[in-house]
Design a protein around this ligand. Structure first.
Ligand code: GLU
Length: 467
């Protein structure tokens, strides 16, 4: 184990939708490979031709790249490995590890009905399984066989799951799995085994909806002379209502989060905690996560999606982000709202002003609108209503003080203070009319910072129209 070269994989079926739970199934094997300086492989399980699409593959690859999960090998498409699966099926037939079964669909159904009527568990009865001394039925005309794996009889399959502990399944529970359909196409559980062996996967970290497949996969793997990898089956991710997360239950896709103005760092941090923990660390970098990640600290019970926590994390990352970098990723959102960030106030300054209060990039973009709209054209009624006559002398003094002040928050703050003291006014009495005069609204961030961002000339022009 100490010298093992760790190789993990994420093996999504590209069926069109990738939610946070799916991404977590990518994140943990990725982090485990990175922590151990191993390899991380992306394998696309696209043998279900009707449900798979290249568009869905692109979404997965883009989503992973966006979150910074880099791939060492792949994407490897199962559809491009069909010849390899066929080759292994042939080897298994030749070695007596698998056999053709000519039982028709109808016969199988009849068998199942009978077993159900006898209150038995429905399973294939081994009719076509060759045994020494057994005479097989005559091969029917015109029937293409399926190929079945000769599952061991008696004994059990045992593995030590890194999350669930030891699991033991009796071989009596497992019938002879179909590994190829009548048209020769290999089946899902079989392809997974060939791939995990060929790709030298050492740790299979995946959702626990695959626990039932694992004993079958282990048996086939052993029959092929391979050593089963270590399995870590991750408990499901539930949505905020406590149901299994799925598109049908309203889950958002990775692209939805991108469009809603989430930062990839926040999503990654969030996913990391969705079933894994390191003490009580809640906010950490990708590097810390990789440094800390281990299978021992994986959660054993289902993780529940908590949208408020994700939003809170997003806020943390936005607040602590460098304004210039944040401005870069916010620009597309601002442009979407018709804001021309290339003209008017410096967008980095605007973002710097808004980031402390914003939960998403969209909120920053929305907030920045204020600074790029043309000066409001106030009617005389609006002025009369919002700029009291009694304030005008103070406003005049403020304009003069601003003209000569250093263009900084501190100097503008001092200018306000001095004017307020002279006129015996409280801050809101002056700040509210100033806000209104600048933007036709009294909802703005801190006024001294707003003056800096809007720029002295623009501020003086806008305020001068009021007095
Ligand atoms: N393709 C499977 C899925 O998307 C994953 C199989 C595996 O990880 O072994 O659920």
């Amino acid at each position: 184990m100490r010298f093992m070269h760790i190789r993990t994989r994420f093996a999504p079926s590209p069926t069109g939708f990738i939610h946070l739970g799916n991404l977590r199934s990518a994140l943990y094997p990725w982090a485990f490979a990175r922590h151990n300086k191993g390899d991380f492989i992306l394998r696309i399980e696209d043998t279900d031709l009707e449900r798979s699409s290249q568009e869905a593959v692109d979404v997965i690859i883009e989503g992973m790249a966006w979150l910074g999960m880099d791939i060492d090998e792949g994407p490897i498409y199962q559809m491009q490995r069909i010849d390899r699966y066929r080759e292994v099926i042939k080897q298994m037939l030749d070695a007596g590890l698998a056999y053709p079964c000519y039982m028709s669909e109808e016969e199988l159904n009849r068998l199942r009905d009978q077993q159900m009527a006898n209150k038995e568990k429905p399973r294939y009865n081994g009719l076509w399984r060759p045994e020494s001394g057994k005479t097989l039925p005559a091969i029917p005309d015109g029937v293409l066989p399926v190929i079945r794996f000769r599952n061991p009889i008696g004994g059990s399959v045992i593995w030590n799951d890194a999350v669930k502990g030891q699991i033991e399944i009796s071989n009596d529970e497992l019938d002879d799995l179909i590994i190829a359909r009548p048209d020769g196409t290999p089946t899902y559980n079989f392809c997974v085994v060939v791939d995990d062996l060929d790709m030298k996967i050492t740790h299979v970290i995946r959702g626990d909806d695959h626990v039932n497949n694992t004993p079958r996969q282990i048996n086939i793997m052993k029959a092929l002379g391979g050593t089963p990898p270590i399995y870590a089956h991750l408990p499901t991710v539930l949505n905020d209502a406590g149901e299994k997360m799925s598109k049908r239950n309203g889950a958002m896709s990775v692209r939805d989060y991108q469009k809603a103005g989430y930062l990839p760092e926040a999503i990654l941090n969030y996913l990391a905690r969705l079933g894994w923990s390191h003490g009580d660390a809640e906010v950490f970098t990708k590097e810390q996560f990789v440094g800390w990640f281990d299978l021992e600290s994986l959660g054993r019970s289902p993780a529940q999606h908590n949208p408020e926590k994700l939003l809170w994390l997003n806020h943390q990352y936005i607040q602590n982000a460098d304004a210039a970098k944040l401005a870069e990723v916010t620009k597309p959102f601002a442009h979407e709202l018709g804001i021309d960030t290339e003209h008017g106030p410096d967008f980095v300054q605007v973002v710097g002003l808004l980031k402390d209060r914003a939960n998403t990039l969209i909120e920053i973009a929305e907030g920045s609108k204020l600074f790029y709209l043309p000066a409001p054209q106030l009617t005389s009624e609006q002025i009369a209503e919002n700029i009291p006559e009694a304030i005008k002398p103070a406003l005049n003094d403020l304009i003069e003080a601003i003209k000569t002040a250093e263009p900084s928050k501190e100097s503008y703050g001092a200018a306000f203070k001095q004017v307020l003291a002279k006129h015996q006014l409280k801050m809101p009495a002056l700040a509210m009319p100033v806000r209104y005069g600048l933007f036709a609204t009294t909802q703005t961030p801190a006024i001294d910072a707003v003056l800096v961002v809007l720029g002295k000339e623009e501020v003086v022009n806008r305020l001068s129209r009021l007095v």
